[in-house]
Design a protein around this ligand. Structure first.
Ligand code: HEM
Length: 218
């Protein structure tokens, strides 16, 4: 959901323009590979083993899990860039953000179309009465404007407000994790691992936002 905006930060001085281009290409290929992996896994599983006795549930779980996973990966890009000094990593943020939205939208469409057969009354009831669906819906509604405004045109039009708007990705991820924790029927560790990683990424973000600039040396 975030863009390829240039962010000031360290760049390894040894990188010549050719090496930089190669790094940027590798980052692009890596981001697309990661983004397409969940789709490839789903197609592979369907072709080789089928989707089991409850294919709708299987697709719901697959798209929900991978949607959240890729969203968290997109949040990890900025801290990773700061840590490694590889500025080209920033290009992966938008690609991963949009792939995350793609899987989450597929997740919601599976629920609305295949699980509930577009029964809007029941869907509304679910949203109002099942807290785990309520927070899932809130998370989706927060992600929607981010996906819509990911284009260069919107980035230009919104200016500084674009950055402010895209901070919504954090509450969206938190609500996504709560949805996961409340939604799982068995005791599982995975949702809490997601919660820990999101907390760590948000903490890093806050640390850099509120850190005092270093004093100039005398
Ligand atoms: C309108 C919004 C949403 C609806 C109606 C919805 C619905 C569902 C349903 C019915 C399940 C299956 C629960 C079960 O029976 O075990 C599920 C699981 C899940 N959803 Fe959503 N969801 C929504 C939004 C989201 C969003 C925005 C995210 C991520 C940011 C997300 C991530 C997940 C995850 C991680 C799971 C668990 C997957 C697993 O068990 O491996 N969902 N969701």
């Amino acid at each position: 959901m975030e863009t390829t905006r240039k962010v000031a930060g360290p760049t390894p001085p040894s990188l010549d323009p050719g090496a930089r281009q190669r790094t940027a290409r590798r980052v692009r290929i890596g981001a697309w590979t990661l983004g397409l992996l969940p789709l490839a896994l789903l197609l592979w599983e369907t072709a080789t083993r089928g989707l089991g006795s409850n294919p709708i549930e299987k697709v719901l779980h697959h798209t929900g899990w991978w949607g959240l996973f890729v969203l968290v990966l997109s949040l990890a890009v900025t801290p990773l860039r700061r840590w490694t000094g590889i500025n080209a990593l920033i290009q992966a943020r938008r690609t991963l953000g949009l792939f995350a939205f793609f899987y989450i939208a597929l997740h919601v469409v599976t629920y609305v179309g295949l699980d509930q057969f577009f029964a809007w009354g029941y869907i509304l009831e679910d949203v109002l009465e099942r807290p785990f669906i309520t927070v899932g819906m809130l998370s989706f509604l927060l992600l929607l404007p981010l996906a819509v405004t990911s284009t260069r045109g919107w980035i230009r039009r919104l200016g500084r407000n674009w950055t402010r708007l895209h901070r919504l990705v954090y509450p969206a991820a938190i609500l996504g994790v709560i949805h996961y924790i409340w939604g799982v029927k068995t005791e599982a560790l995975a949702p809490f691992l997601f919660a820990a990683v999101v907390a760590l990424l948000l903490g890093t973000r806050l640390y850099f936002a509120f850190r005092k600039p270093p004093r100039p040396s005398p």
